[in-house]
Design a protein around this ligand. Sequence first.
Ligand SMILES: [Zn+2]
Length: 265
Amino acid sequence: MNFIERTIGRGKPSVAIVGSTHGDEIIGERVISRLRGLELKQGTVSFISAHPEALKKHVRFIDRDLNRSFPGKKNGVIEEQIAYKLKRHLRRFDVVIDLHTTRSNVGSLIIFTRDTPAMRELLAQVPIKKVALIGSHIFGGHEMVNHAPLGISLEYGPDTNGKSSERAARDIKALLVNLGMVAGRRRRMLKKVMYTVSDRYEVKGKVRPKAGLRNFRLIKKGQAIGSTEEGSLKARYSFYPLFLGKGRYEGTFALAAKTRQIVQL
Ligand SMILES: [Zn+2]
């Protein structure tokens, strides 16, 4: 099993746009088809469908989460094999963009795993205001972008009526304009709201989150956040929740950011 790639243009800079890392998220394929007619004035763009088999079956993964399987194994289960090949392939790109949607309403959000000057430069090229630093202690560093020389994940809310894929295609085009690869006026976004994820907020058992909680809105220590079979749940500490409730992390109430900063890049 392998990933599928279609490349346009030639030379540097080179950008990989990766979709279907999770096979149940079709945003990547939709964005790729929206960008089909893209004309490059310089550089290379590769559209990569990371997990065609999961995509075809409309499942998140076959054996294990591809985005928790890097660096992969040559003879492992299917996702480990894909990760193994992709890691080697992604090395040659200057920038890797990994596309996701989530059932949790996050609007649009950039996820990055290493805070370096090159990363900050890249963040400024993407017209998304909210950014979340998810260090390798959160998921063990097994995410795809953590294994690319310079990579970010873009997370969008549900792609109802194609709104998220339209937005994603626009964001990627703006990035390519900023990188000088597509004609247009360059506009960087230097001011960001940065959430530093410090923890996975775990809760035991099935939780019904309290209505009215919102992603990115501070939950204070002691605040009621939901209920389980054993009774009501109160926040153990103060945090900004990301990927609340309906999100993708089973057993995790939300990702918890203890700090929120306005950053001028
Ligand atoms: Zn995903």
